[in-house]
Design a protein around this ligand. Structure first.
Ligand code: NDP
Length: 250
C-alpha cells in the first residue's frame, strides 16, 4: 500500500504567505498562524501601515513575520510575493485570502467589474498556487488554503462575478488537491458566510436574518478553521471546503 508522507510538526522555518494579511480576515489568519508556529509573510496591496502593525503585533508576541507588498492581480506578482516571503524561510504554506467585491445585478454588471473581481479573487490565487507548489513538491510538505465564500455554491443576487470567482476557487482547489495528493501537499477551501470586516461594513443589520445563528462571524472564527487546515494535524484532509458561516450552508 502507498502511504503519503505525514509529519506531526511544521518543518523548520516553515513560512506561509497570507495574501491580504493587512486587515480583516487576513490579519486574523496571519496572527493565528504565527501563534501556531508558522513564520508569516503578511501580503498587502495599499495598506502598508496596517500590514506593518500586524507584523509588529506578531513580533511582540514572539513570532516571526514580514510585510510583503504587491497587487496580486498584477502580472508577475506571484513570483515577486513568493520571493519576498522566502526571505523569512522556505515557503511551505499559502493562504489565498486577498479579495474584493464589485457588486451589481447582472444587467448592470460591467466588463471591468467582472474582470477585476475574477482577476483578484481567482486568477491571482491560481498563479500563486502554481508558483508555490514547486518548493512544496521538493519539500514533500505543503499547505494551501483558499478563502472562498458561501456565495460560491449558493446564490446571492448582485454578486455574479464574485460568486463565479469563489465557485472557481473551490473547483480549482479540488482538482489541484487531487493532482498533488501523493506529495504531502494539501489544498482546501474555507467558505465564510457573513463576517465582520471592512468588506461587510455597509451591509444593513438585517443581513444577519439570513444566518441561522443570527449573528455575523468574526475574523478569528475564520482564522481558527484556516489554522486547522494549515496544520500538520490536517494531513488527511484535502480537496475539502469547510464552511464557517453560522449555518448558512446547512
Ligand atoms: P477586507 O476588504 O477587509 O480586506 C481585503 C484584504 O485583501 C486587504 O488586506 C487588502 O489589502 C487585500 N487586497 C485586496 N485586493 C488586493 C490586491 N489586488 N492585491 C493584494 N491584496 C489585495 O476583506 P475581508 O477580510 O472581509 O475578506 C478577506 C477574504 O474573505 C476575501 O477573499 C473575501 O472575499 C473573503 N470573504 C469575506 C467575507 C466577509 O463576510 N467579510 C465572507 C466570505 C468570504 P489592502 O488593504 O492593502 O488593500
Amino acid at each position: 500500500m502507498v502511504t503519503a508522507p505525514t509529519t506531526t510538526s511544521l518543518p523548520d522555518g516553515a513560512t506561509i504567505l497570507v495574501t491580504g494579511g493587512s486587515r480583516g480576515i487576513g490579519a486574523a489568519i496571519a496572527s493565528q498562524l504565527a501563534a501556531d508556529g508558522w513564520q508569516v509573510a503578511v501580503g498587502y496591496r495599499a495598506g502598508e501601515a496596517a500590514a506593518q502593525a500586524v507584523v509588529e503585533s506578531i513580533t511582540a508576541a514572539g513570532g516571526h513575520a514580514l510585510a510583503v507588498p504587491g497587487d496580486v492581480a498584477a502580472p508577475g506578482a506571484a513570483a515577486g510575493l513568493l520571493a519576498a516571503a522566502a526571505e523569512l524561510g522556505p515557503v511551505l504554506g499559502l493562504v489565498n485570502n486577498a479579495g474584493i467585491t464589485d457588486d451589481a445585478l447582472t444587467l448592470m454588471l460591467s466588463d471591468d467589474a467582472w474582470d477585476d473581481v475574477i482577476a483578484t479573487n481567482l486568477s491571482a490565487a491560481f498563479r500563486l498556487t502554481r508558483a508555490a507548489l514547486r518548493p512544496m513538491v521538493k519539500a514533500r510538505f505543503g499547505r494551501i488554503v483558499s478563502i472562498a465564500s458561501v456565495v460560491g455554491p449558493f446564490a446571492n443576487p448582485g454578486q455574479a462575478n464574485y460568486a463565479a470567482a469563489k465557485a472557481g476557487l473551490i473547483g480549482m482547489t479540488r482538482t489541484i488537491a487531487a493532482e498533488v495528493a501523493q506529495r504531502g501537499i494539501t489544498l482546501n477551501a474555507v467558505a465564510p458566510g457573513l463576517i465582520t470586516s471592512d468588506m461587510t461594513a455597509d451591509l444593513p443589520p438585517e443581513a444577519v436574518g439570513r444566518v441561522p445563528m443570527r449573528r455575523a462571524g468574526t475574523p478569528a472564527e475564520v482564522a481558527a478553521a484556516v489554522s486547522f487546515l494549515a496544520s500538520p494535524a490536517a494531513s488527511y484532509v484535502t480537496g475539502s471546503t469547510l464552511f464557517v458561516d453560522g449555518g448558512m450552508a446547512a
